[in-house]
Structure formats: C-alpha cells, structure tokens
Design a protein around this ligand. Structure first.
Ligand SMILES: NC(=O)c1ccc[n+]([C@@H]2O[C@H](COP(=O)([O-])OP(=O)(O)OC[C@H]3O[C@@H](n4cnc5c(N)ncnc54)[C@H](OP(=O)(O)O)[C@@H]3O)[C@@H](O)[C@H]2O)c1
Length: 408
C-alpha cells in the first residue's frame, strides 16, 4: 500500500479507504486497496475535474462523516464529484470479491425486514437533515473564502519543469498533472526516466526529456532534439538544483558545477524562452539561503543569490523592452524535505510542506506573482539573523548546520 497518493484530489490513502469501508459497513482488504489505488491513478486524466463549490468540498481529507455527506450530495447535486467515482470503485471492487460480495449483499430476512426498513428510513431522514445543514455551512465558508481563492486550473496549459525525478520538481509535476496541465519534465539520465515513467499512469499527458544540466546548453539542446518549441510553453518552472554539502567554498570544480546547474542552466533556458513571442511565465527556484553566506556548501548560497539577482535584472530588462508577455516569479523557499534536505528530530518543526509549496508555486505563477517566499516566517527569521551582523551569522549558521539534517 502506498501511503501518500500521487493525486490527492482523486485518490485515497489507507486511512480514507478504511473510513469508506466503515461507512459502507464492509471490511477493508489490502489487496483491493491496491487495485483501487491503480484505478484512481488514472482518474485525473479520465474524469472531469470538479470546479467551484464541488472542488471546495473535495479538498479536505475524507472521514466517515464527510463521506456520508458527500455520498448524498454527489447522488443529487454534484454527479461528477471525485467521491462518487471513489465510492463506486470501492463498491465495484468489493462486489467482485467473494467476501466483499457476501458483505454487500447481506439483507434482512423475515420479521427483520419491516424493522430494517423503518431504521433505514429514519436514518435517511436524519442523514438528509444533517447533510443540508452541513451543505449550507460549507457554502457560507466557500462564499467567504471565494475572494481569496487563487486560480489553479491548468487546463489547456503546457508546463515545463526541470528536475522532476524527485523532490520539489516531482511534486510540481504531480500537482500540474492533477490540475489539468500538459507537462514537459526534464530528468538527468535514462535510469531516472525509466523509474519515473514506471510510476506515472500511461494516460498522463507528460513528456519526459533527458537533459544533463551540468553541461553547457544541455537543457536547450535536449528540448530542441525532442521537438519542444519555446512558444508552446506557458509556464516554466526551473527547479533542478544541486548542493554539495561538506564541500569547501574553495572547491572550484564543484562550485562551477553548482553554478552551471543552479544558475547558468536557468539562464540558458530563460534566454531560449524569452526569445519566443509567446506569453510565458518563468519561475526561478532560488532559496531563502540566498540572503546569507554558508560555509562548506560549494557555493550553493552564492549560486542562488546570483540567480535571484539575475532574475530581477532580467525582469527589469524585459520591462524596459516593453515585453509584458513574460512574467518572472522568483521563489525563495525555506527548507522542505527532499533528497537535498532530510528532517531530523530536532529540526523537523522548521520544515515546510513540499506539497503546499508546489501548489503555491503554480497558483503564484498563474496569478503573475513576482516573489514567493514560503513559509514567510522562515524568511523573517532569516532576515532577523542577518540583521545580527556577520559575527552572529557565523556563530548561528555553524550551529544550525550541525543540527539541521544533512543534504545529499
Ligand atoms: N530542499 C530544500 O530545503 C530547498 C530549500 C530551498 C530551495 N531549494 C531548491 O529547490 C529546488 C529543488 O530541490 P529539492 O530539494 O527538491 O532537491 P532534490 O530532491 O535533490 O532534487 C533535485 C533535482 O534536480 C535534479 N538535478 C540535479 N542535478 C542535475 C543535473 N546535473 N542535470 C539534471 N538534473 C539535475 C535532480 O535529478 P537527479 O534525481 O538525477 O539527481 C533532482 O530531480 C532546488 O533548486 C533547490 O536548490 C530546496
């Protein structure tokens, strides 16, 4: 059983599956959960994505109480709601299984029939009353939240993402697919290509391109060889990054590689994209670490600093040229779990949710946001430390590196 669904809008995790079984009064079966997971993996590319209030109701996780409400609402009002497909799939899978069939087809006999009908009728009326109250309560919440809701529909858009084999790049790829995008993702080599293709459903509209970003112009050449044109890209998220930990900032070879992957490859790709006369949203993944130095990281912070400042400079140049069709968003995240950063018991409270970050990045790009710092309190904390002066920074970051998880 996988614990974390790739497409949470459509799939369920084992706890949610257990809640559905409890609601349907059937026993959860691990082998059926696996089949359910396989089936629902295709859902984002087969069924219509919910919108508006239906989407609002689809967001939070499923409990037995929510399933009961959504079951009723999706029968009468929101026929395309994800919960309808999930419930239908669970029932169909259990009906095809011996034990499941017995449980689902169990019916009262003899003198139990009238009592069961009465109980069922009373239960239905009570459930309808609760569902109506719940519906109006949630509709009020939806109306209040409506002015603050960010656009996140990527239908008809093509999103290019670098470094999709794992970490944040993979998260953005999955979120983009869930939101209806056609995705072009880059991976470093054949092995990463094969591993990722095996994870994704065949129906997913994704094209993977192999590109080694440590090679000069490696990214643009690979895209051209794969007949990807710059005017077909609506949003480009330049996410791939490398960090050599425990490597001196005097290790020039490693620094060159770090700058090539983290900085120059993004510049190469930006140039390729900006040459097209096409509305493009460029997202540069920098780091909040760009605000301060860091020892033993082979110039990672310096490369991110260069990327942020270069991104601002590009924006100024495009503005001066009257190019309003290209927007640039510079993302400076705090820390999140990935191949680059591992959580430790003492530092886990500092880690942001990678999934939420991916969502913020896509919503920010759609809204034409210029800067995204997530979580913002992490940026405030960093700036406060920077205000303490270089001696304080030396002391603080030397200690912080020891306690925060090791990278790569
Ligand atoms: N994690 C954090 O706390 C944090 C904080 C701030 C900013 N960031 C930034 O967020 C971005 C994503 O990082 P992450 O944490 O998700 O890291 P990650 O898990 O280590 O993923 C890095 C990605 O970049 C790819 N990559 C590295 N070198 C490459 C190369 N030479 N050619 C092609 N692809 C290459 C990796 O491919 P392989 O799988 O082949 O290695 C992988 O897909 C990076 O730009 C990073 O600097 C991370």
């Amino acid at each position: 059983m996988t614990n974390s669904p790739l497409f949470p809008l459509w799939q369920v995790d084992p706890q949610e599956y257990n809640a559905i079984c409890a609601y349907l009064d059937i026993s959860p079966q691990p082998q059926l959960f696996d089949k359910l997971a396989d089936y629902l993996l295709q859902a984002p590319f087969v069924f219509t994505r919910p919108k508006g209030f239906a989407l609002f109701l689809a967001k939070p996780g499923l409990s037995k109480f929510r399933i009961a409400r959504l079951d009723m609402l999706s029968k009468f009002l929101f026929r395309d709601h994800p919960v309808r497909f999930i419930l239908n799939a669970v029932i169909a899978l259990h009906e095809c299984d011996g034990k499941g069939y017995v449980e689902l087809s169990a019916a009262p006999v003899g003198w139990q029939v009238p009592f069961s009908l009465l109980r069922w009728g009373a239960g239905f009326v009570l459930s309808l009353a609760i569902t109506m109250v719940w519906f109006f309560w949630n509709y009020m919440k939806y109306l209040i939240a409506l002015p603050f809701q960010a656009k996140n529909d990527l239908s008809g858009k093509r999103v290019l993402i670098t470094g999709v084999s794992r970490g944040l790049g993979l998260e953005i790829l999955l979120y983009s697919l869930q939101q209806g995008a056609d995705v072009v993702g880059t991976v470093r080599n054949r092995q990463a290509y094969a591993e990722l293709i095996a994870q994704l459903p065949e129906t997913a509209p994704v094209k993977l391109v192999i590109a080694d970003l440590s090679q000069v112009n490696g990214i643009t050449q690979a895209l051209q060889e794969n007949q990807i044109t710059s005017d077909s890209i609506d949003i480009a998220v330049l996410c791939a990054g490398i960090k050599h930990s425990d490597t001196s900032v005097l290790s020039l070879e490693k620094i060159r590689e770090t700058f090539q992957v983290n900085c120059f490859s993004s510049m190469e790709l930006s140039k390729w994209l900006c040459c097209a006369e096409h509305k493009t949203s460029l997202v540069l993944i920098s780091s909040i670490g760009r605000w301060h130095g860091m020892h033993s990281s082979a110039g990672y912070n310096a490369a991110k600093s260069a990327l942020s400042i270069w991104g601002e400079s590009l924006e100024m140049e495009l503005y001066a040229m009257g190019r309003k069709d290209c927007s640039i968003m510079i993302v400076e995240p705090g820390i999140f779990e990935s191949g680059m950063m591992k959580k430790s018991a003492s530092s886990q409270f500092l880690f942001a949710s990678r999934r939420k970050l991916a969502e913020r990045i896509i919503c920010g790009a759609l809204a034409g946001k210029k800067t995204l710092r997530y979580p913002y309190w992490f940026a405030l904390l960093t700036w406060t430390i920077c205000l303490g002066g270089r001696n304080f920074q030396n002391y603080f970051f030397a200690r912080a590196r020891k306690s925060i998880g090791k990278e790569q």
